[in-house]
Design a protein. Structure first.
Length: 214
């Protein structure tokens, strides 16, 4: 949004200001400058991620009841966050992720993986390594199903796996996917730990290769 960019360029120290000041300059005022168009009405949705990471509880108190807009807020279930939401009178809907039905989580993760892996395939086929294109049928339904089962219920697993598949050391998304499917197993936490270990091993391999070439 150009109005937000203008506010930052006007005062580069805006990130050091009080939350109330940042809210005014980066959200409230820019929103008032958006021209209304009755022919094409739109709803503004503001995403606030990781509300629980505010350093001061007073910042949470300032953000939660802020203005009459639609907000999409994510947070861990910290007590200050819970308390402030119980204080506001405006209607809101909350969704506790660990209580969401597993079938819903599986559906969402599968939809994400199908979309993201197709994007990875199409991007890779523009400049394939060694001229070897990925088949339009890649990944197979069995491979997607295996990745979905390893990811449930952790969306971070699916997102991290896609980054590895796209940018892993081997460069070939097909081989990177196979490595992930082969390595990870056990409990959800151990699966995620194994995935992160895979990332670290690739970084160490890169460091070793750089040392040999220097």
């Amino acid at each position: 949004m150009p109005h937000i960019q203008d506010a930052i360029e006007t005062d580069s120290r805006i990130g050091e200001m009080a939350v109330s000041k940042q809210f005014d300059n980066l959200i409230r005022l820019p929103l008032t400058k958006i021209p209304s168009n009755p022919q094409n009405p739109s709803t503004v949705v503001i995403v606030i991620d990781a509300l629980d990471e505010c350093d001061q509880e007073k910042d949470i108190q300032a953000i939660v009841p802020s203005v009459h807009l639609k907000f999409f807020v994510t947070s861990r279930p910290e007590i200050p966050v819970y308390v402030e939401f119980r204080r506001i009178r405006e209607p809101y809907r909350d969704l506790i992720l660990h209580l969401v039905d597993e079938h819903t989580i599986e559906h969402d993760i599968r939809a994400f993986l199908n979309s993201k892996l197709a994007e990875i395939r199409n991007d890779y086929n523009i400049h394939p390594l060694g001229g070897h294109h990925l088949s339009e049928s890649w990944p197979s339904p069995t491979e997607v199903h295996g990745l979905v089962k390893k990811a449930i219920p952790l969306f971070i697993f699916a997102a991290t796996a896609c980054q590895l598949i796209q940018k892993g050391k081997h460069g070939d998304p097909e081989e990177n996917l196979n490595k992930i499917l082969e390595r990870t197993g056990g409990t959800q936490i151990s699966k995620l730990n194994e995935l992160y270990l895979f990332v670290l091993e690739q970084l160490l391999d890169d460091t070793t290769d750089s040392g040999k070439n220097s």
